[in-house]
Write a protein that binds this ligand. Structure first.
Ligand SMILES: NC(=O)c1ccc[n+]([C@@H]2O[C@H](COP(=O)([O-])OP(=O)(O)OC[C@H]3O[C@@H](n4cnc5c(N)ncnc54)[C@H](O)[C@@H]3O)[C@@H](O)[C@H]2O)c1
Length: 302
């Protein structure tokens, strides 16, 4: 019995990179996997059925269960089709991993309207649309008395939680996904859904010039390679297990390290006896100018 035996999982963007590793591990642990991928380029242009079909072929060759879809997850009807495909093929849906993503990095001052809109669309709409239809299914099952554990696993980014140069579009979308996760948890827990988000870091074509091509595999070969996306897959698969108690968390995950992040939290509270004057504000807030916050360099020192 695998850790995910009997679980039906939809993984978006599972044709390559991180999502491919999730799909392979989920299937290896006994899940029935819907491998979604539009098969586009890193900037979101183009499409191809090959990446998703290739992962399904890999899974089947290893004796696992999977089907492919090529829906654009940011498209309303595409997302509806993705979720209904899972339910029609396997009878239910236990896990939705929102993972698909693109990059259109540019300095803020040079960023085009399309660079902003396309990144917002794939990441924010691309999380909302599949979650919306999965939530409808989960509500229907809960109302019928079925409170089986369900897991929503979203994909934020260290860039969205801490900020990164050249990624105003991507970081804003990824910060939005962290907030979306917390609100999804508030709303969907009543239906038995646990909502968490990872903020991964791994070698993929989004962070290096090519797909990871290393022959060794950290999980299979028990070899330490902290840049390999399979390390993140282990954490995502854990979050997907029916016995996982975690909910409402956003966690940076890279290699063998997981860092649970605290949501926006007050660290200084200033109260005034009367309505604010500029003098009051200067006296009380100017001293805070030296406050220092965690940066990406603190998390990933070079
Ligand atoms: N690799 C990292 O270090 C890192 C860091 C932080 C966040 N992330 C996030 O992890 C996720 C996976 O990224 P990756 O590094 O594996 O990249 P990747 O490019 O290897 O894989 C992303 C996949 O998503 C698919 N996709 C893109 N738009 C889609 C759409 N509209 N519909 C369906 N599929 C679509 C692509 O075809 C691709 O196969 C992304 O959300 C990314 O932002 C990655």
């Amino acid at each position: 019995m695998g850790e995910l035996s009997g679980r039906v999982a939809v993984i978006t963007g599972a044709g390559r990179g991180l999502g491919r590793e999730y799909a392979l591990l989920f299937a290896n642990e006994g899940a029935m996997v819907v491998v979604n991928d539009l098969g586009g380029n890193p900037d979101g242009s183009g499409s191809s059925d090959d990446p998703a079909e290739g992962v399904v072929a890999e899974i089947r060759a290893l004796g696992g269960e999977a089907i492919a879809t090529h829906d654009d997850i940011a498209d309303w009807d595409g997302a509806r089709h993705l979720i209904s495909t899972a339910v029609e093929a396997y009878g239910d849906l236990h896990v939705l991993v929102n993972n698909a993503g693109i990059l259109r990095d540019r300095s803020l001052v040079n960023m085009s309207e399309d660079e902003w809109d396309s990144v917002m669309r794939v990441h924010l709409r691309g999380h909302f649309c599949p979650t919306r239809f999965a939530a409808e299914h989960w509500r229907m099952r809960a109302k019928a008395g079925d409170l089986t554990d369900r897991a929503l696993i979203n994909t934020s980014s260290p860039s969205g939680l801490l900020g990164n140069r050249g990624q105003a579009n991507y970081g804003a979308a990824k910060a939005g996904i962290a907030a979306f996760t917390i609100i999804a948890e508030i709303e969907l827990s009543a239906y038995g859904v646990r909502c968490n988000s990872i903020a991964p870091a791994a070698r993929t074509r989004l962070t290096t010039s090519a797909d990871d091509a290393s022959a060794v595999h950290p999980l299979r070969d028990r070899i330490i390679d902290d840049g390999h996306p399979a390390n993140v897959a282990a954490v995502v698969a854990y979050l997907a297990t029916a016995t996982c108690p975690l909910r409402g968390m956003v966690m940076i995950t890279r290699g063998r390290r997981v860092q649970v992040m605290q949501p926006w939290t007050p660290i200084e509270t200033i109260d005034n006896d009367d309505v604010w004057t500029f003098d009051d504000l200067r006296r009380q807030l100017d001293p805070l100018a030296g406050l220092r916050f965690t940066t990406l360099a603190d998390i990933f020192p070079t």
